[in-house]
Design a protein around this ligand. Structure first.
Ligand SMILES: [Zn+2]
Length: 649
């Protein structure tokens, strides 16, 4: 194996650095990732072309050649598009904001007439009809103030390091706000060149390899970036500032060096404060290659351009990020495989990008921290998924115009990540699970894929049927709510009663497997797997030892809301703990007040840390000083005992 770093030592040294501070600051709210998820900037696609009618050509190559300064969003220059006609073409349709002014368009070097419509569509009349299966070239000259709106499009701002920065953010439909293009996911360009001229105090980061920097008169410089890998339109990017560079190499599994390029703010404070985090990116790259296959763009580089973006955006080979937070960095890096090498084929299946990038945060914790921290991450994101009763990972057609729904943190990111863990749990074979991920990358390399494409690879390799799983968890809505009761008789027979209801009437029942961890009075434990095939189930098993407690879904591997666990087969009293996850305090709400009720608080190893007696209906408990992680709240009343899970972060 080429990955020879001593992971244990690395974790000891690096992890306190990475996860220092409170988990609250570290918890991966998706607004921090892929800036498109930011709320409050919903925008419809009214300007988007109907490509089913206008898709008459296949893009081969984009060449952007622009001039810009960081004083504002003014840009000028030209974009060349090389394409192949798929039928006889007399009119070419492209997109560019109507707020940029087009001065000239050439088709195969001849001047063409055009109409630049208010809906941002450019309708170009070909001087000569282009026959089917012919290569042709369109050259568009334009200038003006590029669109900058709530962080999307082409932005300019001061960073908190007093550096002026220009940067782009084009997902999902904002490439047209700064360059003319075809905004169609399935038509990746085979390669792209991005040339940018600016003052020579600036550096320009972009896709691919920096092949040249040309000194020009008037203290200008032209950065010439070239990428030979297929690229989706929204992954083309630039970032311009007075950057300093901090570079090193990582390695692909075949021993080839991968350049790791970082464009940082020029005052050395960022370099000093973030160096340890930046150095971690090498280890993250090694890990993701081990799990997903070789870095897909290894002939070029992996880079970061630091900008005042709110979070990050996975621009191909040059991610735009605000800093090097562990969760953010590994999420964006994972998009190199899920999103960039394999891009969602339609926005309905944004899961291919965001579900897997979010799950990569779990993989990062599992491998570079420890299992308990990773399980805590799953528990925390599940609690966010269960804040609302419904919603599917798949984005239904009627929501495609709603950017906040497409990039919903709760559904596309968190529920998307949770169901990947559920697939891994069902396979119960990590070698097979990671084989599926690698095979998916191989089959759809540099192309697009939808959720059903992933399902096909999963079914092929596992020889298992995942129809029902995808129906329930990918296309379906809601999650199961459970009440458990248990009793052990004198002969040792343990009876577990499980009642399942659904969070939403849209899904009646979730057929599923899950784990129960059984704690015995002698301190030993046993994990058993149960399969719920109807709303109400009784399971029986025999043990010689006395059972102390049962804990369903102990590692939070399945999405299930365990409302109560009662050491009785009677219905338990309804109890709520909120907020959950909690940061400083939480309230336990009981259905009734009664004379006496005992509340015991256990840590994740079931070590008792506090006992409280309360007759109150609501009991307030401070948890500010508790270590972050999972806790169990055991409530003993007159003739019942039940256990509830609490996440502290
Ligand atoms: Zn993302």
């Amino acid at each position: 194996m080429p990955f020879t770093f001593n992971r244990k030592i690395w974790v000891l040294i690096m992890f306190p650095l990475m996860l220092g501070g409170s988990i609250k600051a570290q918890l991966p709210f998706p607004e921090e990732f892929c800036h498109h998820a930011k709320k409050g900037s919903s925008l419809s696609r009214v300007a988007q072309l109907d490509y089913s009618k206008h898709d008459l050509f296949d893009v081969n190559f984009y060449h952007l050649n622009l001039t810009t300064e960081t004083t504002d969003t003014y840009i000028e220059g030209k974009t060349i598009i090389q394409a192949t006609s798929q039928s006889n073409i007399d009119t070419i349709y492209l997109e560019l904001t109507h707020q940029l002014e087009i001065s000239k368009i050439l088709v195969n070097q001849s001047t063409a007439t055009f109409v630049h419509q208010n809906n941002d569509i450019i309708e170009i009349t070909c001087p000569v009809e282009i026959p089917q299966e012919n290569n042709f070239e369109v050259e568009i000259h334009y200038s003006g103030a590029a669109i900058s709106n709530k962080g999307r499009g082409y932005n300019t701002a001061n960073s908190n390091h007093e550096t002026r920065v220009n940067w782009t953010l084009s997902e999902p439909f904002y490439s047209k706000d700064w360059w003319p293009c075809k905004q169609e996911l399935e038509d990746k360009a085979d390669s792209v060149w991005v040339f940018v001229t600016t003052s020579n105090k600036n550096k320009v980061g972009s896709n691919g390899l920096l092949t040249n920097t040309i000194s020009l008169e008037n203290d200008k410089v032209r950065y010439e970036w070239k990428s030979r890998y297929p690229i989706a339109y929204y992954l083309v990017s630039i970032a311009v500032a007075e950057y300093m560079e901090y570079n090193f190499t990582s390695q692909s599994p075949d021993g080839k060096d991968i350049d790791m390029i970082n464009y940082l703010y020029p005052d050395s404070s960022m370099y000093k404060s973030e160096k340890a985090y930046i150095d971690c990116t090498k280890v993250q790259m090694n890990l993701l290659q081990e799990k997903y296959g070789p870095y897909p763009f290894k002939e070029e580089k992996y880079g970061h351009c630091i900008t005042p973006i709110a979070g990050g955006m996975e621009h191909q080979t040059m991610t735009t990020q605000s800093g090097f937070h562990f969760y953010l960095t590994i999420h964006e890096m994972a998009h190199s495989w899920f999103g960039n090498q394999v891009t969602c084929g339609q926005w309905n299946d944004i899961w291919i990008n965001e579900g897997f990038a979010t799950y990569s945060q779990y993989i990062g914790l599992e491998n570079l921290a420890n299992q308990e921290t990773a399980d805590g991450f799953n528990a925390a994101i599940q609690s966010i998924v269960m804040r609302e009763p419904d919603g599917s990972v798949y984005v239904p057609d009627e929501y495609l115009e709603d950017r906040d729904r497409v990039f919903s943190g709760r559904l596309s990111y968190y529920k998307g990540s949770v169901i990947i863990q559920m697939i891994r749990y069902l396979l119960n074979d990590d070698e097979l699970f990671f084989h599926v991920l690698k095979e998916f990358q191989i089959r759809f390399a540099y192309k697009t894929a939808i959720g059903d494409d992933f399902k096909d690879v999963l079914e092929d390799l596992s020889q298992q049927d995942f129809d029902e799983f995808f129906k329930l968890w990918y296309y379906g809505e809601g999650y199961p709510i459970y009440h458990f009761g248990w009793q052990q008789n004198v002969t040792g027979k343990l009876k577990i009663k499980s009642l399942q209801e659904s969070s939403t009437p849209k899904t009646d029942f979730f057929s599923m497997k899950y784990d129960i961890l059984i704690f015995f009075e002698d301190g030993s434990k046993k994990l058993v797997q149960l399969q719920q095939t109807s709303h109400k189930e009784f399971f029986e098993m025999n043990f010689e030892k006395r059972v102390k407690e049962i804990l369903p879904n102990p590692r939070s591997q399945n999405l299930m809301d365990v409302k109560s666990i009662s050491s009785s087969l009677l219905f338990p009293e309804e109890i709520q703990i909120e907020p959950n996850p909690a940061t400083t305090a939480f309230i336990i709400r009981f259905a009734n007040s009664q004379t006496k009720r005992e509340v015991q608080i256990y840590n994740s190893s079931l070590k008792l840390i506090e006992t409280i007696e309360t007759p109150n209906k609501n009991h307030f408990i401070k948890c500010e000083t508790w270590a972050k992680g999972i806790y169990f709240i055991k409530i003993k009343s007159k003739n019942q005992e039940y256990l509830k899970k609490l996440v502290k972060y």
